[in-house]
Every structure is written in structure tokens, then in C-alpha cells.
Design a protein around this ligand. Structure first.
Ligand code: MF3
Ligand code: CO
Ligand code: CO
Length: 251
């Protein structure tokens, strides 16, 4: 787990705020007709203009500055010449490095007007993330987070992705502990005050086994639902305090 010294907390807050601002900036461009490559270029230029670095670019060979996961893409979608069309949903996942500290956040956006089923799974993913975050304190565990997420998602008749989840974050992009979207109360890893984690549940409409796809020249994989149904996700970077938490990537 990444230990944040007292003086590092300010730095994590700064990284989190730039990350939130970048995501808000990109949201304004998510419209029918734009390509995911254009969103990537906007993100790259914005991040550099703020003196920061887009963490995904060249991370384990990942070729772009953001992840853009459209419809049945669960995560790590690679920006390309895909044109967004009315009715799509897209998760935009951004990570900024500011003075050596990482902020990581994602949201699922609507492209134009979307179906009721798209609205419903997106709302569930957002609420599931918040249910997980609400569990965070200096006395809780990763299992508490996962349990709360999975309980909420199951009650809404959706399915959590088990193989991918949140992570410790700080001076490293991905650190211990793994933060699952399922688990048992009191189990898993005890959360450590004054360190940071992400909470980033991925929610599917069915239990179809997901497909892994290789990204050329990269060890990163991207993931699709097994049956082309929708997947949605939200992510925040969160500071664990003695008694609770602070969401670092909220505007
Ligand atoms: N931002 C993703 C996460 O939430 C990681 C993307 S890694 C990349 O952990 F290489 F695909 F960019
Ligand atoms: Co993350
Ligand atoms: Co992310």
C-alpha cells in the first residue's frame, strides 16, 4: 500500500483535482460525431498545458493518454477512429501525474440520448461506487468495500466484474491493496489511514464471461463483455482518514 506522508496529502489533493478537471473538460466534448482519438488528443493537450503528465501514455506499452470504453467494452478501451454515435455510452478513464503523484478517475457518459437500459446500468455503477466509498475508514477492510458494492449491484440485478478492480495509488499508479467489487465484511486487507485507494466497480448486464483482447506492443489487455451487452463504470481516488475518507477526484 502506498504510504502518504502528511506533506504528501496536499500533493494527492492537487493530482486529484487536476484529474477531476480533466474529466469535466472532456465531458463537454462527448457528443455524437467525435472520435475517441479526438478525446485522447484533447486530454493529452490539456494535461500538458497544466504541466502534468497523462499516466496511461506508454504505461506498460499502452499507446494513448486515456482509456475510452464504449458500450460493451468493460475497461482499458484504446482510443481510435471510432466515431461516437447517438445512444452510445462511454467510460472515459483519466489518470494525471502531478509532481510525481497520481490521480485516477473515470465516469460513464451518455452520447446524445440513450436507452432506458443504458441509463439504468450507468446509474447503478455510479451508486455502486458510492456504496463502496461510504465503507472507507481507518478501521474498515477491502472486503467491506467489495461486500457493499456487490450487495447493491446484485439487488439491482446486475453483475460485478471480479477479476479487475480498484488499487492503492500515490507515487505509483497501481499499488497494493487490490480493491475488489465483491467480498466479505471484515475480510480482505485492513485499510491504512492516510494512504489512498481507488474504488472503481465495473458492472455488467449479464454474467457472460468477459473476453480479453491484446493491445499490440503492450502488456495491458482490454476487456469486452462476452455477449456484447453493456458495461458501465465509475472511479474515484479516495484518501483514507482515521474516521472516514476524502474523495480526491471530486470537483
Ligand atoms: N486508469 C485505469 C485504472 O483505473 C488503468 C489504465 S491502465 C492503461 O486503473 F494502461 F490501460 F491505461
Ligand atoms: Co484505477
Ligand atoms: Co482509472
Amino acid at each position: 500500500m502506498t504510504v502518504s506522508q502528511a506533506s504528501d496529502i496536499k500533493s494527492m489533493e492537487k493530482a486529484g483535482q487536476l484529474t477531476a478537471q480533466l474529466l469535466f473538460y472532456l465531458e463537454g466534448y462527448v457528443k455524437p460525431g467525435i472520435t475517441t482519438n479526438e478525446l485522447d488528443k484533447l486530454a493529452y493537450d490539456y494535461t500538458l498545458s497544466k504541466g502534468a503528465t497523462p499516466a496511461p501514455l506508454n504505461y506498460n506499452g499502452f499507446p494513448k493518454s486515456i482509456c475510452t470504453s464504449v458500450n460493451d467494452c468493460i475497461c482499458h478501451g484504446v482510443p481510435d477512429e471510432t466515431i461516437l454515435k447517438d445512444g452510445d455510452i462511454i467510460n472515459v478513464d483519466v489518470t494525471c501525474i502531478v509532481n510525481g503523484f497520481f490521480g485516477d478517475s473515470s465516469k460513464t457518459f451518455f452520447v446524445g440520448s440513450v436507452s432506458e437500459s443504458a441509463k439504468k446500468i450507468t446509474k447503478c455503477a455510479y451508486e455502486a461506487m458510492n456504496k463502496g466509498i461510504e465503507q472507507i475508514s481507518g478501521t474498515s477492510t477491502t472486503g467491506d468495500i467489495g461486500f457493499a458494492i456487490n450487495k447493491f449491484v446484485t439487488r439491482n440485478s446486475y453483475f460485478v466484474v471480479k477479476d479487475i478492480g480498484g488499487h492503492g495509488i500515490g507515487r505509483k499508479f497501481h499499488d497494493d491493496p487490490f480493491v475488489p467489487s465483491f467480498g466479505k465484511k471484515g475480510k480482505g486487507v485492513k485499510l491504512k489511514p492516510w494512504t489512498c485507494i481507488t474504488v472503481e466497480p465495473m458492472i455488467n448486464q449479464t454474467s457472460a464471461k468477459m473476453k480479453e483482447v491484446k493491445i499490440p506492443n503492450s502488456t495491458i489487455l482490454y476487456y469486452l463483455t462476452g455477449d456484447k451487452t453493456l458495461s458501465a463504470q465509475f472511479e474515484h481516488t479516495v484518501l483514507i482518514t482515521d474516521t472516514g475518507y476524502e474523495i480526491l477526484t471530486k470537483l
